[in-house]
Design a protein around this ligand. Structure first.
Ligand SMILES: Cc1cc2nc3c(=O)[nH]c(=O)nc-3n(C[C@H](O)[C@H](O)[C@H](O)COP(=O)(O)OP(=O)(O)OC[C@H]3O[C@@H](n4cnc5c(N)ncnc54)[C@H](O)[C@@H]3O)c2cc1C
Length: 289
């Protein structure tokens, strides 16, 4: 299966779709149904998230493996190190490799909710760059993506420090960055400038979520620390509870945001699909390719 780093040498812009592993059988059936329609949009890759604290271990692995076999599309395995020993992580990496999964999105992950003064597992990894070092023990078998935070990570609002930590992830073997969501493109372009000045040459792919539910958006942004700009409140607050109007406004907002990014030089988009086909299909039909 193709590595994402190799796709970059063929394409200036990439478009990709992130899914999460559903908790129910019905959700799984629906995911497989929509994945077929997502595949028809000819993305460069799919990616599948890893539940907090490794809560979807087998599920993520099996979906990634299955998607690659069914659709022939490279599918990236999100993989976090929080809570595991290095031996356990190394075993998991070997298992991923044995399934011909060649793309890993390496993450520290979030400590379990409500745990204060969290500490990594004995002989575990405290930060993502240490996980990347473990993955790179397999030399260039894997292409490795890392998470980037245009507004700074929620636990590290000092943007200069956060850029330094991002660089460490790339220097340790990360190939590219996918960002956390943001709604003001200025945040993305300033982030790219900051990272370039810090010596990061890797592609920085904007992570984009279509707004289809104002309340869910507010709670998601609260959890990850992304700012909801006044412009977003002004558009979506009056539509709160009106599904159809929110959907339409969400598609328009996201198309405008994506086109602004692409026109400004962003090397593609990774869509956080939330396992919803319709808005993403419509947006894909309206953005610059
Ligand atoms: C696109 C995207 C996809 C994601 N997918 C998932 C997923 O599938 N599953 C999941 O559980 N989570 C996922 N996350 C969330 C992610 O796990 C959390 O944001 C987590 O808190 C940080 O992970 P990280 O890999 O960025 O950690 P790190 O890069 O290790 O950073 C963690 C914190 O430590 C600080 N730090 C980093 N390096 C150092 C250092 N050397 N010294 C001191 N401080 C340092 C950072 O500033 C930050 O505050 C995703 C995030 C993004 C943006």
């Amino acid at each position: 299966m193709k590595k994402i780093a190799d796709i970059f040498s063929e394409k200036k812009r990439t478009f990709s779709f992130e899914f999460f592993p559903p908790k129910t059988e019905k959700g799984m059936e629906k995911l497989y149904e929509i994945a077929e329609s997502f595949a028809a949009l000819k993305p460069d890759w799919f990616s599948v998230t890893y539940g907090a604290g490794g809560g979807t271990r087998e599920l993520t692995l099996n979906i990634v493996d299955d998607f690659q076999k069914r659709f022939g599309i490279p599918t990236m395995h999100h993989f976090s190190c929080v809570g595991d020993s290095r031996d356990a992580l190394a075993a998991k990496i070997s298992e991923i490799k044995s399934r011909d999964i060649r793309n890993i999105f390496a993450l520290r992950g979030d400590p379990p909710v409500g745990v204060e003064n969290w500490q990594s597992a004995a002989d575990g990894c405290e930060y993502c760059y240490q996980l990347i070092e473990l993955i790179r023990k397999h030399d260039d078998f894997f292409s490795i993506g890392v998470a980037g935070f245009p507004e700074g990570h929620i636990n590290c609002p000092d943007k200069a420090k956060d850029s330094k930590y991002l660089k460490k992830k790339i220097d340790s073997g990360g190939d590219f960055v996918i960002t956390q969501i943001f709604f003001d493109n200025k945040d993305y372009f300033e982030y790219v400038d900051r990272l370039r000045k810090a010596g990061v040459a890797a592609r920085i792919i904007p992570g984009i979520m279509a707004i289809t539910d104002y309340q869910k958006l507010l709670s998601f942004c609260k959890g990850c620390g992304a700012t909801v700009p006044q412009k977003v409140h002004d558009i979506f607050s009056p539509l709160d509870g009106n599904e159809e109007a929110t959907y339409k406004a969400g598609v328009n907002f996201t198309v405008e945001q994506c086109n602004g990014l692409l026109e400004g030089g962003a090397p593609g988009i990774q869509f956080f699909t939330l396992n919803k086909l319709d808005p993403i299909r419509e947006i894909m039909g309206k953005i610059i390719r």
